[in-house]
Design a binder for this molecule. Sequence first.
Ligand code: SF4
Length: 346
Amino acid sequence: MFTNLINWSKDNYINLPWRDERSLYTTLVSEIMLQQTTVSTVRNHYNRFLETYPTVEKLAQSTEDEVCMAWKGLGYYRRARNLRKAAIDIKEKYEGIIPLDYDDLVSISGIGDYTANAILSIGADQKALAIDANIERVVSRILGIKSKKGPKLHKILKQRFEDGDLNIKKTESYRDLNEAFMDLGRNFCQARKVTCELCPIRKSCEAFKSGEPLSYPESPTVKTAKYYDLKLLRVFIKNRKRIKGYSKSEKEWLAGQIEVPTFVINSEDESLKQYPKLTKKIDLEKLPKFKTSITKYKITNYIVTLTDKEFESFSKSKKYQFFTQDETKTNFATSATKVFKKLNEA
Ligand code: SF4
């Protein structure tokens, strides 16, 4: 049933670097990168990361800072830290060999249901369905399942897959099929747009036959997100070629990265605990500024340049230290690099 679809996927997407030289380890790395990041961004960073960390062993020996540095450009750094933890677990519990058993895989720190199924299906070509948002949508449409997106639908899809309702031929590989579904979901079968007339599986697709493919599966009721305005003061202190900053802790946004000293001028969300409150009066009028956003906060960042001596009246905390300004060697957070760029432009 899926031969046309698989051939279409192979004809068009075989050149993705993670499909070139495949192993369980490269599948682990690429699948974690591809969660929450587009194919084109991962394509730009995948080879560089693997050159630095070609094996589980190498990754397990790294420090968290080193892995976050190699992860630069991919965002959502929690994934980098989880990937490192997974490598340490695989080294300690499985002598560096990624196991091929679902229960063993999900017992590894940083590997959940999706990644375990991706390793089994894409990495080892075993019978498994790696249900991400693309596969959830595509398979629901092919089978004509209208249920709401989410864990209940995942359960239904898994069961229907196990029951053989997808009519997968013995000659069709699970690896190729999972990848073809993902390719279809990114291209012809998107959440708000379908191009059924070009789809290689349309003759067997229940949603297409219904004439309303976009109504499969149902979207969950979305609560309108509330955003908070936040004003921050970013303090730039330079000493020779080094810049004052601090390493962000596990509980903070962008953990493990280096941030310049930052203070809350004003926050609509009074429960915010990411930065200390600014206790000094400061005239914001003439300060350079830039806008950013993170989670539910829309941030206006004001930049003030101080000497180390002047900074003493802002904070005496010992957490601030000087770091080399080399952005390629120091893991500065994007907000810190924006401060440098803004000051260079001024
Ligand atoms: S026929 Fe349309 S709805 Fe069905 S899988 Fe293809 S693109 Fe999606």
